[in-house]
Write a protein that binds this ligand. Structure first.
Ligand SMILES: Nc1ncnc2c1ncn2[C@@H]1O[C@H](COP(=O)(O)OP(=O)(O)OP(=O)(O)O)[C@@H](O)[C@H]1O
Ligand SMILES: [Mg+2]
Length: 351
């Protein structure tokens, strides 16, 4: 078959992780074909609102546009905040990942990761968005299960595996055995709360107001879950406005200050994990003591989050290889596994 014709048939299967912070699309055989912020920019032209940009193009506009252009995050705290915008965003990303709508293709089979705590109404909405975006068949998979598969945990075995997915909006903890979550919990704490904590720390301690984009940037640069002797000399710079005099200024922040700013949020994550451990039965607890837990999601990249979890739970802790794309990869693997497909099918009966 001629390569162009093959391309024009589009992807047959795709997995999408629609996250609070990022949307990731994985196509079997191709890998990650899209990884962009879950942001939509709307513009008012002649009194009518229309989509101006989606994804990376929209995120660079955040906090930098005149009143006629506004940027929105359709998902907040891991759940859909604006259904219509979520649908428009999913459609845009699916079209981009498939190279646009085409008449030859029957549309791809799509598996979408959903937060384990999402309601029936939210699941139905995500399902409908993927169908409206051209999906031929749409399956849903709970994100922690997909994260565990993506992280390579032995979830099909009669061994309890524990995954902690620290995303932008939520931290989801699940204990999985024989392909089924035996326990899962979701807390509205993650990267966004870390950014807020950094901004409020800088305001309190330095009297400087910084925006959420700057807070996130400094977190990625020098953020840490704990302060260590090695981190004493690690510093970063961030620009903002001095709230006392109104001047624009740049301040220096140390990694130790980051750890102080992030202390409470990190403790909330630790407590979520401890609560899940408290629900594990004796046999599963013994598996987890041996196997430890795996951290996925962008929050797994926070410096020392693994050591803090290790110290406070006493368990072995491993950061997944590709924490930001684990869910999409795991969802795709589930779709390709014949036995799993049947289970997904049953779990996706939302209509
Ligand atoms: N190096 C890093 N250090 C700390 N945090 C990071 C780093 N890289 C990314 N993050 C944070 O990870 C978060 C995004 O992670 P991820 O893409 O897993 O979230 P999501 O799947 O969109 O959200 P959710 O699962 O809650 O819906 C953001 O808050 C981002 O700032
Ligand atoms: Mg996620």
């Amino acid at each position: 078959m001629d390569f162009n014709l093959f391309n024009s048939l589009g992807a047959r299967q795709m997995a999408i992780d629609v996250g609070t912070a990022n949307t990731v699309v994985y196509v079997p055989g191709e890998g990650i074909v899209l990884n962009e912020p879950s942001v939509v920019a709307l513009e008012v032209v002649n009194g009518v609102e229309r989509v101006r940009a989606v994804g990376s193009d929209a995120k660079i506009l955040m906090g930098k546009t005149a009143d006629n252009i506004r940027t929105y995050r359709p998902l907040i705290d891991g759940v859909i905040n604006d259904l219509d915008l979520t649908e428009q965003m999913i459609k845009h990303f699916i079209a981009k990942a498939t190279g646009g709508p085409n008449l030859l293709s029957r549309g791809p089979e799509i598996v979408v990761g959903v937060p384990s705590a999402s309601t029936e109404v939210e699941r139905r909405a995500i399902h409908a968005a993927a169908i409206n975006a051209g999906g031929r068949d749409v399956w849903l998979i709970e994100e922690p299960l997909a994260a565990a598969i993506g992280a390579g945990l032995p979830i099909e075995q009669p061994i309890g595996s524990m995954v902690v997915d620290i995303g932008g909006g939520t931290t989801e903890v699940a204990i999985i055995a024989l392909k089924q979550p035996t326990y899962s919990t979701s807390e509205r704490v993650g990267g966004d709360k870390m950014d807020e904590a950094i901004a409020s720390y800088v305001r309190m301690k330095h009297n400087v107001e910084i925006g959420p984009v700057s807070a996130e940037r400094i977190k990625k640069e020098i953020g840490s879950a704990s302060s260590t002797p090695e981190g004493m000399n690690i510093v970063g710079h961030v620009g903002g406005r001095d709230v006392t005099v109104g001047n624009l200024c740049e301040i220096e922040l140390s990694q130790a200050e980051m750890a102080e700013a992030l202390h409470d949020v990190v403790q909330q994550i630790v407590e979520t994990v401890s609560r899940a451990l408290g629900h594990a039965g004796a046999e599963i607890a013994s598996d987890i003591i041996n196997q430890g837990l795996v951290i996925t999601g962008g929050g797994a990249l926070l410096t020392n989050i693994d050591t803090v979890l290790r110290d406070q739970t006493g368990l072995p802790v491993r950061v997944a290889d590709e924490p930001l794309t684990c869910v999409a990869l795991g969802a795709a693997r589930a779709l390709q596994d014949a036995e799993f497909r049947t289970e997904l099918h049953a779990a996706s009966r939302v209509m």
